[in-house]
Ligand binder design. Structure first.
Ligand code: S3P
Length: 432
């Protein structure tokens, strides 16, 4: 098991991250390679995230018949519009996004498919996709009556649907949209609150008829012909960039510029919370083809405690890093309505609570979040629980107080050069 020891930083951070320094967006990278299979022709993906999760999606796309070439930092995927039945299982590794999106996509594809993943993914809930997919005619099963991977799918005919999801989940929404594109008639999907909407934007950009209706419902018209190939440049991932936003906000006199970052409102809510806490933040917006992209500037400010209980799906992945900002803020912070944190790559409520307690911070565990009393965290040995975002969040706290993080291999799933960046500013020692 690999560990890392981070020494406290001695100077303020003054850093402008160039266009390609921080990991490209994970959600968009997964979708780009998966959606290329819906097109006839060659899709072009610039700045694809070369991390374990998205490389697993790319490998699955290849097994399903996508022809992959790489040139000038770009990936080209040629698809005939027809899917090949693979002669082996499809391994999603650590990625819930890959498993749930492929489940929805393969539900209508002629053939037999097995989706599996690592020991963490095999514990995560899959009924949220298998149940609604079964209701519309999909043959999909897994351990515990479809709750746990490995999942087995025999693709077949899909009936149109009108489905109201009980959870605001982009993965469930994407799975149902992908199934709906191959249904026998027009389908309608609704969710309690808007979740990240890259699937709708990208598929619309490729020519799919996916319409937003009143009240946030989504109308999905079946495809009668393959989509146009995708041509996309993946922007910087705001979830990965957020670790450095927190670094800039908690190390006195620092300034961090994140260039060419995704500014979709469903992805930058955590920056707005950091701003509310007292960091100085500027959003400089430019338009791009599928999504809004621009720069974010973060400057140190004295942080105050904050209450976070709204727009949770828009900041769910950033809550562990926000908890770090809360641990050094003045006063009490509270996170509520975030029960989904318990079924991410780890139980992130437990992971945050246990590790902050190790750092001598007063924390109360709630069923759907936590309460943190900001103070002076101490250096400690952190258990990442095999979760990349827990490891990276506490590494950022390490910049202030020093930290040892155990079990860091999972950082490769989303941000392979994360520790390399930290080592520009402080001593980072990796041990086996
Ligand atoms: C993702 C959606 C979110 C997020 C995950 C990536 C996506 O999960 O937490 O890291 O790419 O669709 P849910 O859709 O389950 O909320």
């Amino acid at each position: 098991m690999k560990s890392v020891r981070i020494a406290p930083i001695s100077n303020p951070i003054q850093k402008e991250f160039g266009e390609r320094e921080i990991a490209p967006d994970k959600s968009i990278s997964h979708r780009a390679v998966i959606f290329s299979l819906l097109a006839e022709g060659t899709s072009e993906i610039d700045n694809f995230l070369r991390a374990e999760d998205t490389l697993n999606s790319l490998a699955i796309v290849q097994k399903l018949g996508g022809k992959v070439e790489e040139r000038d930092n770009k990936i080209f995927i040629t698809s005939s519009g027809d899917i090949e039945e693979p002669d082996d299982i499809l391994d999603c590794g650590n990625s819930g996004t890959a498993m749930r999106l492929f489940a929805g996509f393969l539900a209508s594809v002629d053939g037999a498919f097995i989706l599996t993943g690592d020991k963490y993914l095999r514990k995560r809930p899959m009924k949220r996709v298998t149940e609604p997919l079964r209701k519309i005619g999909a043959f999909i099963d897994g351990r515990n009556n479809g709750e746990l991977a490995p999942l087995f799918i025999r693709g077949g005919k899909i009936r149109s649907f009108n489905y109201s999801s009980p959870i605001a989940s982009a993965q469930v929404k994407s799975a149902m949209i992908l199934a709906g594109l191959f249904a026998d008639d027009v389908s309608v999907y609704s969710e309690p609150q808007l979740s990240r909407d890259h699937t709708e934007r990208m598929l619309r950009g490729m020519g799919a008829k996916i319409e937003k209706m009143k009240g946030g419902k989504i109308l999905i018209r079946p495809l009668f012909f393959p989509l146009q190939p995708l041509k996309i440049k993946v922007p910087t991932d705001p979830s990965s960039g957020f670790f450095f936003a927190v670094a800039g906000a908690i190390v006195p006199n620092s300034k961090v510029v994140l260039k060419n970052i995704l500014l979709n409102k469903t992805r930058i809510e955590a920056y707005r919370i950091l701003e509310k806490m007292g960091a100085k933040i500027q959003f400089i917006e430019r338009e791009s083809k599928y999504e809004s992209v621009g720069d974010i500037v973060v400057e140190y400010g004295e942080l105050q405690g904050v209450e976070v209980s709204e727009n949770i799906p828009w900041l769910i992945d950033e809550i562990p890093a926000l908890a770090i900002a809360m641990s050094v803020a003045k006063g009490e912070s509270i996170v509520r309505n975030a029960k989904e944190l318990r079924v991410k790559e780890s139980d992130r409520i437990r992971a945050v609570v246990e590790n902050l307690r190790n750092c001598n911070i007063e924390v109360e565990e709630l069923e759907d979040g936590f309460r943190i009393v900001g103070g002076s965290p101490k250096s400690a040995i952190i258990n990442s629980f095999g979760d990349h975002r827990i490891a990276m969040s506490f590494a950022i706290l390490g910049l202030r107080v020093g930290m040892t993080i155990e079990d860091i291999e999972n950082v490769r799933t989303s941000f392979p050069n994360f520790f390399e960046i930290l080592s520009q500013w402080t001593k980072v020692e990796e041990t086996e």
